[in-house]
Design a binder for this molecule. Structure first.
Ligand SMILES: O=P(O)(O)OC[C@H]1O[C@H](O)[C@H](O)[C@@H](O)[C@@H]1O
Length: 263
């Protein structure tokens, strides 16, 4: 599977796969890889990579008729630009995408990084001329897997008191505790947008999904090690509970900015 390695300043580097524009590695001043990638990931063209930052578009998870998380994470993207600490990839509609989703779209994914910060921006344009086209609706999300020493010691601040839809109980609305979020069991929480969002540990755009498969689901996944849930968490900025409606000619932007606070 084709991976591109991009070097940045101060010894930093990323690896990104054309399959899904999936970033699988960010080497920074703290670690060889900030992102979790499963030892059991499949690494097959046309299959999702289990780790790094798969992109969900135009559908989140099983929310519609498309394959889980849509089509962007399994199609081949192309490199549009590359420089020190920067890469931009793009994807347009194709026969393969039209088979699954009958809309025209222009997607770009731009990653800018150095040894202490990492930004990734997904942009989706509805390419129809304003007069001619129609609006399109979709969900989009950056499914970021973080590598952790121990998930049970994670404290995630910024989501105190916010409402989330709990996928483990049929998307029932619940309220996050007023203390930092911790993960001590299976977690699959879709946060809903709030009026006054605060940064979530990292600076995230949109309302994140927080996921850890824990014991039983890990054992059931063929491309995930039984014990790996202990060393990862997914914090996924995106627009899920409120899908995006994009008018002809308009561009939607989903940003993720990660800053190392301790070096
Ligand atoms: O197994 P995947 O298709 O990669 O999905 C992995 C996970 O993604 C999201 O976080 C969803 O909320 C989960 O319900 C899903 O299990």
């Amino acid at each position: 599977m084709e991976a591109i390695r991009v070097s940045g300043l101060d010894g930093s580097a990323i690896a990104v796969h054309l399959n899904g524009a999936t970033v699988t590695e960010w080497k920074n001043q703290r670690s060889d890889n900030a992102f979790f990638v499963s030892e059991r990931s499949e690494w097959q063209e046309g299959r999702p990579i289990r780790g790094g930052i798969p992109l969900a578009f135009p559908q989140f998870a099983g929310d519609g008729p498309l394959p889980n998380h849509g089509l962007a994470r399994t199609l081949p993207w192309t490199v549009a630009e590359q420089a020190t600490g920067y890469i931009q990839l793009c994807l347009q509609e194709s026969a393969a995408s039209r088979e699954l989703w009958p809309y025209a779209f222009d997607a770009t994914y731009s990653v800018t990084f150095n040894a202490s910060s990492f930004s990734s921006v997904l942009e989706i344009t509805n390419p129809h001329a304003r007069a001619a086209g129609s609006a399109m609706q979709f969900q989009a999300l950056q499914h970021t897997y973080y590598q952790l020493d121990a998930v049970t010691t994670l404290q995630l601040s910024g989501l105190e008191g916010r409402t989330f839809l709990d996928k483990l109980t049929g998307k029932s609305p619940k309220q996050a505790p007023m203390t930092p979020l911790t993960i001590q069991a299976e977690t699959d929480a879709i946060f809903v947008p709030s009026q006054n969002p605060r940064p979530v540990l990292l600076q995230l755009e949109g309302a994140p999904v927080i996921w850890n498969p824990w014991i039983a689901k890990s054992a059931a996944m063929a491309d995930f090690g039984d014990e790996e849930y202990q060393h990862m968490v997914c914090i996924e900025p995106g627009c899920v509970s409120q899908p995006v409606t994009l008018e002809p000619g308009a561009t939607f932007r989903l940003e993720q900015h990660i800053t190392l606070l301790v070096c």
